[in-house]
Write a protein that binds this ligand. Structure first.
Ligand code: DMJ
Length: 557
């Protein structure tokens, strides 16, 4: 995939991109400046009353019981904004924020936090910003940055470790930052809660040289994977002490979403074949048991029978994930359905009952979620189809029309009335604005391959972090010195898209299989069911099993 210079006269959309990226920049600063003015150093802004909420200790739906009087929050929205500030080119504010956090942030507080949320938002934010701060291209003032963010991240990572001290190695969902796991702690957690920690914890280990963070996250992930059913499906919630499933029904949305995301992104970041194998099986099972045309319903992990026919706002990240593995056709069709629902309501409702064609009676809200913007960004990167720019513009317009208020951006409580709620979630700064900006201006991605964590924090793909480099990576070596003739690639995804023309220009003109290839189970391509068949290397289309028992591209998607 070649980057299109947004200011180039050759790009017929350059004017629109410039106009839209400026619009999104203003959106970000409206949200950020209001947070800094009315809520900082607390966690999140309440844009209607211009006050604050210390939500980190409440994330995951439980209120903190032991919050000390003098607690001023964890500056969550500032941490979440760090990488966005750099992407927008605001080095001065980034540096100011880093210095403030270095001098003032402490995790030694009697606060019971949700491990998953704190991992993706705080640890991920700090680790990503540390890497960006130490990247020479970011021109930070020499001398002012002395790894302070990494010191904070390591301290936080160490406070996470007691959560993994369970008979199964699966971590508790909740931990007190000062005192560790509290007595009679809840033993229920979600699949994403214990199965999507590997990017942040792995990165922390690579940066500090302390293997414990990566080890505990890997151990938990392997344990979780061992609990899959014979259909390669997982449930949504489980008990960390017994290792038993509690909720057997699952889909690709809440409670499970980032589990799938971290398998493929873990593979890209760390080059572990093990993650790729898990991902292949898990992905095929999702496509087989959850997918219904462009929609994804939920199913029982034991039987594969459909349980709930619901579209949820969180599912909208799935097309973006499909872009990473080159399943563009499927990504495109699902994305179109999500956008259709967005258009119908003006934003994406949290839950829509597909079987009743109606909104869920209590989940009619839209908390400024990023997932549709995220998938739109990925699909535009993969296809350069200007239609995705139109989608992005429409998302930006809706956000400004319905959710912008004087004090920031407010969530929508009810998409049927567009009544607002007094909450600007931190992911609006780390994800929603970031993906919209990158859709229109991807210059940040020009010279480095990044993957984005589930909270939108960029982590560079480094060959030194790979345990073993698969051939396809070596042949398209992203660390090689670029000559004038060599096109710049825009991101880690470029290895994953199809058709993979670029990858076919290997040494001696020998054809190289595209990275999205999934081989058939049997080398002779014989099969009993579609599950025995993989994904075609040039078209990235799922093969299916013919009547005669051979894998092939028998059906059009
Ligand atoms: C974010 O915190 C992350 O994207 C997470 O994976 C899912 N929920 C929110 C955004 O909707």
């Amino acid at each position: 995939m070649f980057i299109h210079n947004s200011t180039s006269k050759l790009d017929p959309y350059s004017v629109k991109k410039k106009r839209m990226s400026e619009k999104v920049r203003k959106m970000f600063y409206h949200a950020y400046n209001n947070y800094m003015m009315h809520a900082f150093p607390h966690d999140e802004l309440k844009p209607l009353t211009k006050t604050f909420t210390d939500s980190l200790s409440e994330l995951g739906n439980l209120k903190l019981e032991h919050l000390p009087q003098e607690y001023n929050g964890s500056s969550l929205s500032l941490i979440e904004s760090l990488s966005s500030l750099l992407i927008l080119g605001n080095h001065t504010e980034f540096e100011r924020a880093v210095l403030w956090l270095s001098e003032n942030l402490t995790f030694d507080v009697d606060a019971r936090i949700n491990l998953f949320e704190c991992n993706i938002r705080v640890l991920g934010g700090l680790v990503s910003a540390h890497i960006l701060a130490t990247d020479s291209t970011n021109r930070l003032n020499k001398g002012t940055y002395e790894n302070q963010l990494l010191v904070l991240a390591e301290d936080l990572g160490q406070r996470f470790l007691p959560a993994f001290d369970t008979p199964t190695g699966l971590p508790y969902a909740w931990i007190n930052l000062k005192y560790g796991v509290i007595k009679n702690e809840i033993t229920e957690t979600s699949t994403s809660g214990c199965g999507s920690l590997i990017l942040e914890m792995g990165a922390l280990s690579r940066l500090t040289g302390d293997p414990r963070f990566e080890n505990v996250a890997l151990h938990a992930l392997r344990k979780l994977w061992s609990m899959r059913s014979s259909l390669n499906l997982l449930g949504t919630t489980l008990d960390v002490e017994t290792g038993e499933w509690i909720e057997h029904s699952s889909g690709i949305g809440a409670g499970v979403d980032s589990f799938y995301e971290y398998l493929i992104k873990g593979h890209i970041l760390f080059g572990r074949e093990e993650f790729w194998r898990m991902f292949q099986s898990a992905y095929l099972a999702v496509q087989k048991y959850f997918r219904y045309g462009p929609w994804y319903h939920e199913a029982d992990m034991r039987t594969g029978k459909a349980t709930f026919w619901q579209l949820t706002s969180l599912q909208a990240f799935w097309p973006g994930l499909q872009v990473l593995i080159g399943d563009i056709a499927a990504a495109n069709s699902s994305h179109r359905e999500f956008f259709h629902v967005w258009n119908k309501f003006g934003v994406l409702p949290e839950r829509y009952l597909l079987d009743h064609q109606m909104l869920h009676p209590t989940e009619k809200y839209y908390p400024l979620r990023p997932e549709l913007a995220e998938s739109t960004f990925y699909l535009y990167q993969a296809t350069k189809d200007p239609w995705y720019l139109e989608v992005g513009e429409s998302i930006v317009d809706s956000l400004n029309f319905y959710t912008r208020v004087e004090g920031g951006y407010a969530s929508i409580r009810d998409v049927t009335t567009m009544e607002l709620e007094d909450h600007q979630h931190s992911f609006f700064l780390s994800e929603t604005c970031k993906y919209l900006y990158l859709l229109f201006d991807d210059s940040f991605l020009a010279n480095q391959n990044y993957i984005f964590t589930t909270e939108g924090h960029p982590l560079p793909v480094l060959s030194s972090w790979h345990e073993k480099l698969p051939e396809a990576y070596i042949l398209s070596n992203f660390t090689s010195i670029k000559s004038e003739e060599q096109p710049k690639r825009s991101s880690a995804m470029s290895l994953r898209i199809c058709p993979a023309a670029m990858l076919n220009n290997g040494h001696n003109n020998e054809p190289v299989e595209s990275a999205c290839h999934i081989p058939d189970t049997h080398a002779d391509h014989r099969c009993v069911t579609d599950e025995d068949c993989g994904v075609d290397s040039t078209s990235c289309r799922r093969r299916s099993c013919s009547m005669a028992g051979y894998c092939g591209l028998w059906l059009l998607i």
